[in-house]
Design a protein around this ligand. Structure first.
Ligand SMILES: [Mn+2]
Length: 442
């Protein structure tokens, strides 16, 4: 089993979680369940991001348990599947509890079959337990049954923790600020993904199907060490680009239309999330170019807000101003910019947020408004900036604009001096896109 980070790095993460827990408490962090795709075959397994973050363990039917004593010392234990020669011949290798202790740098590990007893021992007499209620692991029953058992036997000296805290906000705060080690992985995921978008521009031809362009991206991801996409890729030609999360990817790409690709690789669990929009035949029409350059200038304006002390809110406002003024200049909106912004007149054409946190989850954890206040950006936060314009086929605008959908999305890390764009290698300017596509068409 290969971990992307050192055992010390994982130890530091668990120590940071323990720091946030009250004295004499325990945390239960279960694995994701396997998901059936068809009868007795499953979807590719993806580990729960919090578990991945804390110990890197990749198997289902497992859970990490972190215990903090009254003096503030903490220990980490794993429940995992037993070694099983027959099952391993049929279904694949298992680490097993015995090897897990050294492989993951833990204080102990036990069989998944012992989960009830072990959890009871670790929870007995604690002041609180941390757990993500409603987690898809289905471990709610395990926890509640364990608590009931502890409550039911006071004569044995058993005592159930009187409080269940949600573990998610704690993990969200930790995961929001990326370490240098994480940033190196995310930069690599971003670079692989950026090159994949360039490749899609190079190979795109009218008459291809959207899923064939998707296949080029996936091929590039896997060919460069990232086996999976971080999320279902969006490849939308023509009006399909106006469907924000279009993933059918089933239609032909037509000459004279744009194609929008929103796709990113997952590397060691970390997501990249890039959107590029480009002309299927390699040349923007005048209307396509005008809308594209408007979205691009909105993105540039938004990015200026990404620095320590800035906010995602400010980035969104900057983009909305540029988009609204531009839509007025193009005759798509009529009126005075200030009033149009106040009345959200842009909403039919730009209906989503300016960006989101990025990390182990593509829409990563992290409170956007802690305590109801805008969150000031800090170095080590990673986020997307992704303005767009989506002119529906039946929009009340001049014919030339209808059915055009454009989004441009990059991944930024906040640095002490401002930000760094992790996805800058993905070609983005009109001239650069047309030059790349022309060079690929002898
Ligand atoms: Mn995104």
């Amino acid at each position: 089993m290969m971990l992307p980070f050192s055992l010390d790095h994982y130890r530091q993460r668990r120590a940071a979680l323990a720091q946030l827990m009250v004295a004499n408490s325990a945390a239960l962090l279960p694995a994701n369940p396997e998901q059936i795709r068809s009868r007795d075959t499953e979807f590719p397994f993806r580990q729960d991001s919090d578990l991945l973050y804390l110990c890197g363990f990749g198997e289902p039917e497992s859970a990490l348990m972190l215990v903090k004593d009254g003096d503030g010392n903490h220990q980490s234990f794993l429940l995992c599947r037993d070694k099983d020669p027959v099952a391993e011949v049929w279904q694949g290798r298992r680490l097993g509890p015995q090897a897990a202790v050294d492989a993951l740098g833990l204080d102990g590990a036990w069989s998944w079959g012992e989960r009830s007893e072990r959890l009871r021992e670790l929870l007995n007499g604690r002041a609180a337990v941390y757990y993500a209620q409603g987690h898809m692991s289905g471990c709610d029953n395990l926890l509640f049954d364990t608590l009931a058992a502890l409550r039911g036997a006071p004569k044995k000296g058993w005592r159930a923790p009187p409080v269940i805290h949600d573990s998610r906000p704690l993990l969200a705060d930790l995961r929001l600020i990326k370490s240098n080690e994480e940033l190196a992985v995310m930069a690599r995921a971003a670079a692989i993904s950026a090159e994949a978008h360039n490749r899609a521009m190079a190979v795109c031809r009218p008459g291809q199907f959207e899923y064939q362009l998707e296949a080029e991206l996936l091929h590039h991801f896997a060919g460069h060490g990232a086996r999976f996409a971080a999320y279902n890729s969006i490849v939308g030609g023509g009006v399909n680009a106006c469907i924000l999360h279009y993933t059918e990817n089933s239609e032909a790409l037509n000459d004279g239309e744009l194609v929008l690709i929103d796709a990113g690789a997952e590397l060691h669990g970390y997501a990249a999330d890039i959107t590029r929009t480009f002309p299927i035949n390699g040349r923007f029409s005048p209307a396509q170019r005008q809308l594209y350059e408007l979205v691009l200038s909105a993105q540039q304006a938004a990015m200026l807000a990404i620095r320590p002390g800035g906010t995602i809110e400010a980035a969104g406002k900057a983009a909305i101003r540029v988009l609204t003024e531009g839509l007025v200049a193009l005759g798509i909106l009529e009126g005075e910019a200030e009033a149009l912004i106040a009345g959200e007149a842009y909403k039919p054409y730009f209906m989503h947020g300016i960006g989101h946190w990025l990390g182990l989850d593509v829409h990563d954890v992290g409170d956007y408004k802690p305590g109801g206040q805008l969150r000031p950006l800090l170095p080590g936060m990673v986020l997307t900036i992704e303005p767009g314009l989506y002119i529906a086929p039946d929009a009340p605008v001049a014919e030339q604009w209808r059915g055009i959908g454009i989004r441009i999305e990059d991944n930024l890390v906040v640095t002490s001096g401002g930000h760094e764009v992790l996805t800058a290698a993905a070609v983005k300017g009109v001239a650069e896109i047309e030059a790349l596509m022309a060079a690929a068409r002898p």
